[in-house]
Design a protein around this ligand. Sequence first.
Ligand SMILES: [Zn+2]
Length: 241
Amino acid sequence: MREKLKALAELQKVDMEAASLRKAADVHPRQIAELERELGTARSAMEAERNRLADIERQKLQLEQNIADEKDKVKKWEARLAEQRSTREYSALAREIDIAKKANLTMADELVELTKTLGATRETVKGKEAEFASRQQQLVTRMGELRTKLAEAESQVKALEGQRTGVATHVDANLLRRYETIRKKKLPALVGVVAGTCQGCNMNVPPQLYNQLRTSLGTDVCPSCHRIIFAVEALAEPTSK
Ligand SMILES: [Zn+2]
């Protein structure tokens, strides 16, 4: 009886170890996903700055085009001005030219401002790009570390699974079946009874059952939680024999 119990306890030890490894490794995919999100956010911030720069570049091109168009218009009007015979038409056109020239001056001022903004934005973008590159480096390194840890844990679990197959062959078939059924719902599935109390559910087992466990050094089922129970004395090293 005691040997059967020992084999099952050995199997459970492997299962518990694999379960705790899985649980510990479980955080890694979440951490990796979080770092990926962080990287995405940093990239978006940099791209937003790049888009702003592209906008300003477009505005500048547009403004330069407008200024060139206005200058052409003024040139054509000035040529026409010389041909004007009527004083009324002459002064009307001269006034148009004047307005166009003033508008051109305003646009030239705008262009100076826009060029300044463009220079500053280019610097900002450069800074953001450098910032992103170094952050990316950090995050990618960290993600690599986490992926390595995850792979390590997975290979450890695999090794334990191999070990488990060997250990399971020593367990009594009926007992193993019962253990596997319980294990799917709760681990540990095999628990000791200490001073009459089941260590799985903390309920007292009937005294008669407890006495029986102590005498047989075997296993039974807890009436409260239905785990496989044994008297802890059964697994203690015999002191005198
Ligand atoms: Zn119990």
